[in-house]
Design a protein around this ligand. Structure first.
Ligand code: ADP
Ligand code: ZN
Ligand code: ZN
Length: 721
């Protein structure tokens, strides 16, 4: 894909060709002839309808030219210009071009999918009104698509005029918060700030005050607030709506009804929406007045897109800020190691909030040595933990038990022959789940049934009555998931209200919020849950947090596993003691002497992050090297490996005597089998980013031009290797 385009928007003579990006994986753009009528109206950022094969498509004009590599007679003509569409801002076009070069995909493949479908579907001849006009006029979501109760209130009209929103900012900032806001307001043009604030330090207020000032100073300004998960957007949205004119706040994520998302997207692209709150896809929203970006929980793995183009929305947010010439703020209690390196090198500016708000204190963090507990099977709660739970409950305080595994038991096993419940389609075990009506989250009745379910492909079966291998009826659930811990604690602490929150519970609409509400209200005293509990929640009466399995990931082959474990444990621990009470965090582990726990006990992110940086520097791991993964999958492993081996040969041939980048041998992926496909990967590692991309720019076209009959993708900066 060549990128030597000639953008010539300032020229006085209208150019005769439009370079049009379309959502097809062949080229960055396609040349179309412009009639004089359209040539006078079109510029980069315009939308056009063009012929494509025997049909029509809507595409984005990314440049104008007067010469094409195509023969003149093969050039087709733009059908019409979509004058009613928002003109896409230059900084957005620049971002798309950057992302395209960086992730080695076409402009259209990056830029078009985030645009709501109705805007990029050619209207039939009978459509009286364009989708744009319809969405601008809409006062309410289209019939039949009532927004879910916890989603944003995009049903209200967005006013195009009216005064600046004046924020009702009732909170008085703490000195640390004020210092952070002042520093942000001084930030000149493009700059990256990192707000490293401990859990409960009040990062959200900093975001809101900064935004308020920006929006007040410039009536055209728009701001973008990114959150890692859909589940976190309602609470952010309601906070933001209390501060800014509600109708100028929109939420964008992939789980909302199409019409609602389209209205919000258009309000953002028109410049009418002043505050956009969104998950990872929101980073690609064109916002003409974009003046500031916040990436909350910037370290979170959910910022990675895994379907289609694999991108990091955090990294794209930084690129977006760079192209718009504006400041971006990365907020976290545990910034990613990549971010921390940039802080250490002085490229990002560090803003610290080392203390919690008001009188709240950080919890005391202790490990519980599971080796002392003879009964210890995975996930078992040890005697000291049970004692701590008992005394917490007795005093009327709240407790939380965290285990990052839903279901009853992670695997079913035959005690006679060792058979285990493997998934036929994946390299994984089928997890034993207790199935029950659970009408109101109450403890289940005796009629509960079980099922075996794979968490990767979703395949579920009824558990066999007898072992499929040896016929023995001695089948047991091995280990513990949330359901089993809930069951055991309910038996142990009768008379205390117990709740559970995991993805199974959250499947029922409104159920997750109901559990969280009843915990806030104190109706539930003991809460058991997964990752879903770890983030964002501001519980005020929680004084004991138990981490059932603190070891997970300590000795993983993935070099990022300790970083992820540390961040998760910090997050979970951060739920405790946010009120005035003193609080404890107990982490069960078999390796209490591991240095990670010492840093955790000291709330010492900086020490931990510096240690990680040293380890990675010694091992020449990212961010001290730069990686890409070439992945292939097939019905069986051999052809995937064979194709990668061939690809490697062609890459090695391109490199000649050059040893940077290094191409490793193809290997099966850590999770080799997924949904019936066998998967393999080849790691490419370079000492500099520039070298990596220069190599990929030469190599990927070679791979593409061979038109392999193989499913393959390239992933840049892979999160898991
Ligand atoms: P973080 O995101 O850093 O973990 P939060 O933004 O959740 O922290 O803030 C922690 C708590 O402190 C919240 O209950 C919030 O409402 C409160 N808070 C934040 N700033 C102030 C302030 N300036 N005055 C009073 N309370 C505040
Ligand atoms: Zn058996
Ligand atoms: Zn499976």
């Amino acid at each position: 894909m060549s990128a030597n385009l000639k953008v010539n928007s300032g020229s006085e003579v209208a150019l005769t060709l439009a370079q049009v990006a379309l959502d097809v994986p062949i080229a960055n753009w396609f040349d179309y002839r412009l009639s004089p009528e359209w040539a006078a109206r079109i510029r980069p950022g315009s939308w056009v309808e063009v012929p494509w094969g025997s049909g029509r498509r809507i595409g984005l004009v990314i440049g104008l030219a007067d010469e094409s590599t195509l023969e003149a007679r093969r050039l087709r003509e733009v059908i019409r210009s979509l004058d009613e569409a928002p003109i896409l801002p230059d900084h957005w076009l620049a971002l798309i071009k950057f992302a395209s070069a960086y992730y080695h995909r076409g402009y259209g493949e990056i830029g078009l999918p985030p645009i709501p479908k109705m805007f990029r579907t050619p209207a039939g001849p009978r459509a009286r009104q364009s989708a744009f006009a319809r969405m601008r006029a809409a006062k309410k979501p289209a019939r039949g698509t009532a927004p879910p109760p916890d989603s944003d209130r995009a049903g209200e009209p967005l006013s195009t005029t009216g005064p600046n929103p004046t924020a009702a900012l009732d909170t008085v900032l703490s000195p640390a918060q004020q210092a952070a806001v002042d520093a942000l307001l001084e930030a000149p043009g493009f700059s990256v700030q990192v707000l490293h604030g401990v859990t409960g330090s009040g990062k959200t207020e900093v975001y809101l005050h900064w935004f308020a000032e920006i929006l007040a100073r410039n009536p055209q300004a728009q701001v973008l607030l990114m959150a890692p998960e859909i589940a976190l957007t309602p609470q952010l949205a309601s906070l933001v709506r209390r501060r800014f004119q509600s109708e100028q706040v929109v939420v964008l994520h992939s789980a909302m009804p199409e019409a609602e998302r389209a209205r919000g997207w258009l309000a953002a692209a028109d410049g009418r929406a002043r505050v956009v709150i969104g998950t990872r896809l929101s980073v690609l929203t064109p916002m003409p007045g974009l003046a500031a970006i916040v990436v909350d929980e910037e370290h979170d793995a959910s910022y990675r897109q895994h379907d289609g183009v694999h991108y990091s929305a955090r990294d794209l947010a930084i690129a977006a800020a760079q192209h718009a010439g504006i400041p971006v703020l990365l907020g976290s209690a545990t910034p990613s190691i990549e971010t921390w390196r940039a802080v250490r090198r002085g490229r990002y500016r560090l803003l610290s909030m080392p203390q919690r708000m008001g009188s709240a204190q950080l919890p005391s963090v202790e490990t519980v040595d599971l080796r002392r507990d003879r009964s210890g099977r995975p996930g078992t709660l040890s005697a000291p933990v049970l004692a701590a739970l008992e005394s917490t409950l007795a005093t009327g305080d709240q407790a939380l038990v965290f285990i990052n595994r839903r279901g009853y038991a992670p695997v079913m096993q035959c005690e006679a022959c060792g058979w285990v419940s493997r998934c036929d389609h994946c390299s994984a075990w089928r997890v034993l789940h207790r199935q029950s009506p659970e009408p109101d989250g109450q403890a289940e009745s005796k009629s509960s049934r079980y099922r075996l379910q794979c968490h990767h492909c979703g395949q579920a079966t009824t558990p066999p009555r007898a072992c499929p291998e040896c016929g023995s009826i001695g089948l047991v659930g091995l280990g513990r998931g949330t359901q089993r811990i809930e069951e055991e604690l309910a038996e142990r602490f009768p008379g205390h209200a117990i709740g559970r929150l995991d993805r199974d519970v959250a499947q029922r609409r409104g159920a997750a919020q109901a559990v969280i509400d009843s915990f806030h209200q104190g109706k539930v005293q003991l809460l058991i849950g997964t990752q879903m509990l770890a983030k964002g929640h501001d519980f005020r009466r929680l004084s004991l947090v138990v981490v059932a399995e603190g070891d997970a990931g300590l000795f993983s082959a993935d070099f990022r596993a300790p970083e992820r474990l540390f961040a998760t444990l910090m997050q979970v621990a951060g739920r405790a003691g946010r009120g005035a009470q003193s609080s404890r965090v107990l982490i069960q582990t078999r390796y209490p002497e591991h240095p990670l726990f010492a840093h955790l006990a000291q709330h010492d992110y900086v020490g931990f992050a510096d240690r990680m940086l040293e380890e990675r520097r010694d091992a020449a791991m990212p961010p001290f090297s730069h990686q890409a993964l070439l992945r292939a999958d097939a019905q069986t492993l051999e052809p995937a490996l064979a194709w990668l081996a061939q690809a490697r040969e062609s890459g090695v041939a391109l490199c000649g005597t050059d040893t940077d980048p290094q191409l490793f041998d193809p290997v099966p992926m850590p999770m080799q089998r997924l949904k019936g496909r066998e998967r393999a990967q080849l790691l490419i590692e370079a000492r500099s980013r520039a070298r990596l991309h220069a190599f990929l720019d030469r190599w990927l076209p070679v791979l593409r031009s061979a038109r392999p009959r193989m499913n393959w993708q390239i992933e840049i900066d892979p999160a898991e290797v």
